[in-house]
Design a protein around this ligand. Structure first.
Ligand code: F6R
Length: 594
């Protein structure tokens, strides 16, 4: 959802190569345009265009720009097509102010109209362009850059993280945020601003998290943060424990396949959260209801949580899509724990719901990105230990979310057996990953397919939904997940000769009924791909092909293991189709608009 970066170097060296390196690490946030602005010789220099980073760099040589401070942007278009004109940084007419922005300015049309009447001329179709014009206007009225930015945020409405530079006050970057992420990095060679930590891991480990409405002033001497009354805020410095290598492909062709292969580690590392979870549960006390709120993949992890908590802890549990949360508000009370699951911790729909839930209930965030907005606003936090996830499609963070939920349910119900089953999961995942070549070959069989169905019962139903989401978001093939028993109530009409149906069949209580559903689709001509226990001979005779999983993977923990082949299938089908799995069209990693 757009990424921004800013950097000011302590020494008089060219900043463009560093800005370029940092912004390249945020390509997962936006990949339709890129632009840089630097300052030298009393001028703002800008290079920008639409296209992938590598294409624009080949054309414009983005690392070759003068100046020791500047700002950069990768765009995920919201207002105005991807084009050179609409790419950031945006400037005022006289090129005295340059701005990069992540978010949406909701009242930009009325501001634009007003400024146009005052004589401002706009060049782009973006909402962002009003910002440099407003800053210029306030600087013309004799405000310094900091206060011109402050006056600007009094006018604009919406979500934003912005960084601005001006020829009238060189050697300074001023930044601020509201409802869009922004971090400040204190590096050895300079000071950094970024939408997300992977951008600056190589340069700065010590981080400050500005709050909504705070103004960050960065110059060669350091960083000052002012509150809305111009008071200096003493910000806490937090150290990130992620390494720069974690945000590199490290020899893999794509981030997605690297992250799929890191899942056993993600589970092992997340299991260390047991003590923290015990403390949270002790502190929450009397718990009469759990309510999960999430979007997308995180919603599917939450659905698994409902099955688990209701069945093993006997506590009524709801799962609500964050964007639909407002209709449930009247049912919340102080005995409800509202759990927000999010990889990024910055999803706008979830944040909006969190602010509402905080008014009535205790809130818990299960989040991967340390210091993100959900971690700062929820009463309790479980940090999933998956490391940075760069591929747009969530994989390792999903299993890490599941691991946290399983730990939570096991600790809540004092279920030692489940805890010991969880310990076995990393080895089970690695066994599935050993079948990589087989699954790659298998994926070639589905080149003809335009629709897929995914069926599962009980714990395997959310896995079916997640398998279908992975397929559709990166391969652009329609995939639909269904509760296996629900198919006969309508969608069975869609099953035709050759349509691929993926059936998730771990050994356990639901096995026989799901097997009947498999036979229903098979007898209507479906091409059945089954996931089941190795050695299940009956499955072998009934399905067209079987991906065998260790028979010791019990139904209850199957979601943590059975999702892995489904991720691999989606990945390899996407490669067969010639698409980039890391950057699916129209999607961004972090959705900071509602
Ligand atoms: C799909 C995917 C999305 C996210 C959703 C919520 O692979 O990644 O569906 O799960 O946008 O994002 P977070 O988890 O950051 O709140």
């Amino acid at each position: 959802m757009c990424g921004i970066v800013g950097c000011i170097l302590k020494e008089d060296e060219d900043v463009a190569p560093i800005l370029f390196d940092c912004i390249s690490k945020l390509e997962y946030r936006g990949y339709d345009s890129i632009g840089l602005a630097t300052f030298s010789d009393n001028k703002i220099h800008i290079k920008k265009d639409k296209g992938k980073i590598i294409e624009v760099d080949n054309k414009l040589n983005l690392t070759d720009m003068p100046g020791s401070f500047g700002i950069a942007h990768v765009r995920w278009a919201t207002h105005g097509d991807p084009s050179k004109m609409n790419s950031h940084p945006h400037v005022d007419e006289e090129n005295t102010v340059a701005v990069v922005h992540n978010g949406i300015i909701e009242n930009y049309l009325e501001i634009k109209e007003k400024l146009t009447l005052e004589g401002h001329v706009f060049k782009s179709e973006t909402d962002t362009e009003v910002i440099p014009h407003l800053i210029q206007k306030f600087m013309d009225e004799k405000f310094d850059l900091e206060h011109a930015v402050r006056k600007t945020i009094e006018v604009i409405e919406g979500a934003y993280a912005i960084a601005a530079i001006s020829t009238r006050e060189p050697n300074k970057i001023v930044a601020t945020r509201k409802d869009s992420p922004l971090i400040v990095g204190l590096g050895e060679n300079g000071y950094y601003l970024a939408s997300d930590s992977p951008a600056i891991l190589k340069y700065a480990k010590d981080i400050i998290y500005p709050e909504k409405g705070e103004i960050v002033i960065v110059d060669r001497e350091g960083v000052i943060v002012h509150d809305e009354f111009d008071n200096v805020v003493n910000k806490q410095i937090e150290t990130i424990n992620w390494t720069p290598e974690m945000a590199e492909k490290e020899g893999y062709e794509h981030f997605m396949i690297k992250e799929i292969n890191e899942q056993a580690t993600a589970v092992t590392n997340t299991l260390t959260q047991k003590e923290n979870i015990q403390e949270i549960i002790d502190d929450v006390g009397d718990l009469q209801r759990v309510c999960f709120v999430a979007c997308g993949t995180s919603y599917h992890a939450s659905l698994t949580g409902k099955y688990l908590i209701e069945s093993i802890a006997g506590i009524p549990t709801d799962v609500i899509l964050a964007s639909e949360f407002k209709y449930s508000v009247n049912t919340l009370n102080d005995k409800t724990l509202v759990v927000f699951i999010s990889q990024s911790g910055e999803t706008a729909d979830s944040l909006k719901a969190l602010d509402v839930a905080n008014q009535t209930s205790k809130t818990l965030g299960i989040v991967n990105v340390a210091g993100s907005a959900i971690t700062r606003r929820a009463d309790y936090v479980i940090q999933t230990q998956a490391g940075p996830e760069i591929g747009v499609a969530a994989t390792k963070t999903y299993v890490a979310q599941l691991t946290s939920i399983y730990l939570f349910a096991a600790v809540l119900s004092k279920n030692e057996e489940l805890l010991s089953e969880l310990e076995k999961v990393p080895a089970f995942i690695d066994e599935v990953l050993e079948q990589d070549d087989f699954i790659k070959e298998l994926s070639k069989r589905y080149n003809y397919a335009r629709d897929f169905f995914y069926l599962g019962r009980g714990y395997s139903y959310p896995t079916a939904l997640e398998g279908a989401l992975k397929l559709k978001e990166i391969s652009y093939i329609h995939g639909e997940g269904y509760a296996a028993g629900e198919l006969k109530h309508g969608p069975l009409a869609l099953i035709d000769e050759g349509i691929p149906v993926v059936v998730i069949l771990p050994p356990g209580d639901n096995y026989r009924k799901t097997m009947s559903n498999l036979e229903e689709v098979k007898s209507r001509g479906a091409n059945v791909l089954a996931l089941g226990a190795e050695g299940d001979e009956s499955l072998k005779t009934k399905a067209d092909v079987v991906i065998p999983i260790n028979p010791d993977v019990k139904e209850i923990i199957a979601p943590l293991v059975y999702i892995v082949p489904l991720q691999l299938i989606a990945y390899y089908i996407t490669l067969e189709k010639g698409h980039d799995p890391d950057k699916p069209k129209n999607l961004a990693k972090c959705v900071t608009v509602e």
